[in-house]
Design a protein. Structure first.
Length: 166
């Protein structure tokens, strides 16, 4: 298997895992996050498929963090409630973080060994997006595991009183 074929398999596995996880997670934020990132992975799969077909590749610009931010903003009130995640939900976010971390390492290696400039550009783009996915999953895992500490570190509530203008 070459790098593109392996990447297609990885993206297909990620789509399946994230879709299944979205169906099992009870937390609405987690559910939307898994679905949003599954959508990103489908876009990645389409771009990789274009390379295999020999089509002219157009790297589609995307902002996974913007999509995740939208999810959080839409469900902010629900997030503010004390979150009690099940161990299964925590495991799903941990597995997702690990998958994205492996994807980052794979795409970095694939970019360095790419057969063409187009492949290299695609793999470099995928590294950036997978890094954003990793950050989102890791941060969500931290939030669900210990929301009190998450608010302290992410919102700086102890340092500045929790207000952006303080």
């Amino acid at each position: 298997m070459n790098s593109v074929e392996i990447a297609i398999k990885m993206e297909t596995d990620a789509i399946n895992f994230y879709t299944e996880a979205s169906e099992k997670v009870k937390n609405k934020v987690g559910k939307k996050m898994f679905l949003s990132i599954a959508g990103d992975e489908k876009r990645h799969l389409d771009m990789l498929s274009d390379i295999v077909k020999g089509l002219d590749l157009h790297i589609k610009e995307a902002s996974p963090m913007k999509n995740i931010k939208t999810v959080f903003e839409e469900l902010r009130d629900e997030m503010m409630e004390r979150v009690a995640a099940t161990q299964d939900e925590l495991n799903a976010f941990k597995i997702a973080s690990d998958m994205e971390k492996e994807g980052i390492a794979f795409y970095k290696k694939a970019a360095s060994e790419a057969a063409s400039a187009k492949e290299k550009a695609l793999f470099e783009r995928l590294v950036k997006e997978e890094e954003q996915h990793y950050a989102a999953f890791s941060n969500t895992y931290f939030f669900l595991k210990d929301s009190g500490s998450w608010f302290m570190w992410e919102e700086h509530s102890i340092v500045d009183g929790g207000t952006p203008w303080a």
